[in-house]
Write a protein that binds this ligand. Sequence first.
Ligand code: ZN
Ligand code: ZN
Length: 176
Amino acid sequence: LVHGTYIICENEDGMYIIDQHAAAERINYEKYFTEMKKVKHDTTALLVPIKIELPTDEAIRLKHNIGVLLDMGFEIEEFGINSIIVKAHPTWLLKNYEQEQTRKIIEVILQKEKDFSIVKFNEKIATMLSCKMAIKANMNITIEEMESLINDLRKCDNPFNCPHGRPTIIFYSNYD
Ligand code: ZN
Ligand code: ZN
């Protein structure tokens, strides 16, 4: 591991430099995106419901687009003019970050209101959450963690780029 950021590994063909944050993002992204594409979502009920307050204009716009949240597996009740109560959320939402992630999703819904496309929306949410969830650069991980990262990356549909387009792997052949 170099600078707590790049994993160096080898096989008979040559040498690989793997960006651990970009690799973890790619793995998370494919996991989130697969979950989000499902028609029927697994939901988790919250022990303590989350209350989200918004400026009145945003609350009104959100209420017009509440179907997006319901389709994702959120269970929501209106609360007063400018608040909603979240009683359950899709299971893929990260534990302890439910409030923060729900707010981010609402932000994207309010931005995308005009030309809403569910695929684009899912891509954006999955990219955002995958970055948040990924091991950071400058973080020393164990050999076991490196190995499982590389194994998970190998299983990805597109292992070569992070969802932002940055390369995850640089390869040097024996010849290079
Ligand atoms: Zn990132
Ligand atoms: Zn990225």
